[in-house]
Design a protein around this ligand. Structure first.
Ligand SMILES: C[S@@+](CC[C@H](N)C(=O)[O-])C[C@H]1O[C@@H](n2cnc3c(N)ncnc32)[C@H](O)[C@@H]1O
Length: 185
């Protein structure tokens, strides 16, 4: 009996992590795989050494595809997946373990709005690309937070345009959903 109650509580806990906005302000919804090539192409900008951060990485659909492309092209880019949901963090860690480019990938279990990005070693001496597939309201907060710490970065936003005044639109790419590329300065 105790076993079934424990399993029930565990399952309710897991479902709550995905269902309640207070626990996960932006619900988990992966980027459409048909747009992956376009998104990874949007990361492919000079200079050659970059750090790509997926703020709210979900199951890692985008970050692992980008890390695979870098591995195949023998690039030394760094990849950082930030995720608040512990179940997704576990999935990210397992996927990282089996990834051919795992040494270039960092998984952080954290709220992206309280992460000291500027103090992370991955961010030293590289250009920063921030990938975001977030709600429009959360996107504004995330870009402001990131801007205060990184000052200058490239932003690739999936599906939603960015309203922040510091963001200058560079490109709009049409896929299944629109991909917006900005320079934030
Ligand atoms: C729409 S999904 C995008 C997933 C992934 N980036 C992709 O494109 O496939 C948004 C993700 O952001 C995560 N998230 C929401 N708020 C967060 C926060 N404050 N810090 C870190 N991750 C967060 C959610 O748990 C969810 O996995």
């Amino acid at each position: 009996m105790f076993f079934f109650i424990a399993v029930f509580i565990f399952l309710v806990g897991i479902i709550s992590l995905f269902a309640f906005p207070a626990l996960s302000p932006v619900p988990y919804f992966p980027t459409n795989k048909k747009d992956l090539d376009l998104i990874v192409g949007a990361f492919n900008l000079p200079p050659s050494e970059k750090t790509i951060i997926d703020g709210g990485a979900g199951d890692g659909t985008v970050i692992f595809a980008a890390a695979t492309a870098a591995f195949q092209q023998k690039k030394s880019d760094r990849f950082v997946a930030v995720e608040i949901n512990p179940v997704l963090v576990l999935i990210l860690q397992i996927r990282r373990f089996f990834h051919p480019n795992k040494n270039s990938i960092t998984i952080l279990w954290a709220d992206m709005l309280s992460l000291p990005f500027d103090r992370l070693p991955e961010f030293k001496h590289t250009s920063i690309i921030f990938y975001a597939y977030l709600s429009p309201q959360f996107l504004v907060k995330a870009v402001n937070y990131f801007y205060l710490r990184c000052k200058s970065f490239r932003l690739v936003s999936y599906m939603y345009p960015v309203m922040n005044s510091q963001a200058r639109l560079l490109k709009k790419i049409t896929g299944v959903n629109t991909i917006y590329v900005y320079r934030v300065v």
